[in-house]
Design a protein around this ligand. Structure first.
Ligand code: FEO
Length: 153
């Protein structure tokens, strides 16, 4: 039996992952309208990945006979001021997600829910990866500055 508090927190996390997927899709749309297909496809991959994160959590809940509750996801933003603003927003989103995974991990520790802690380990590593790849891109955008050619490359 899963603790109801963990169930609630996992359901909230599943919703966050699906919402993140939709937000990345909105970012992909923006990149497409800016004629930047490379960035658009990067955003689509992120969007796909977020859904695999949600499914991973969902599968885990089902394996533990947890009570899965799917909630609605908000309408994503599709307009941004610049490419850099998109990546800044995505870094912000990933930081919030990392915080949420950390909180979930703390709750699992408090409740001596070792299986959930073990399951979340993968997510902790994944968040480090995701934040790093966005920070790398932001660094390159900084180097490119206002050079349109560099941006295209
Ligand atoms: Fe599901 Fe971008 O972390």
């Amino acid at each position: 039996m899963m603790d109801a508090k963990i169930e609630r927190a996992l359901n909230k996390q599943i919703n966050m992952e699906y919402s993140a997927s939709y937000i990345y899709l909105g970012m992909a749309l923006y990149m497409d309208t800016e004629h930047l297909p490379g960035f658009a496809s990067w955003m689509v991959s992120q969007s796909d990945e977020e859904r695999t994160h949600a499914r991973r959590l969902l599968r885990y809940m089902l394996d533990r006979n947890g009570d899965v509750g799917l909630e609605s996801i908000p309408k994503p933003k599709v307009e941004y001021d610049s490419v850099k603003a998109v990546f800044e927003a995505s870094l912000e989103q990933e930081k919030n997600n990392t915080q949420s995974i950390n909180d979930l991990y703390s709750l699992a520790s408090e409740l001596n829910d070792y299986a959930t802690q073990a399951h979340l380990q993968w997510f902790l590593d994944e968040q480090v990866e995701e934040e790093k790849s966005i920070i790398d891109i932001l660094g390159r955008l900084e180097l490119a500055g206002n050079d349109q050619t560099a941006l295209l490359i």
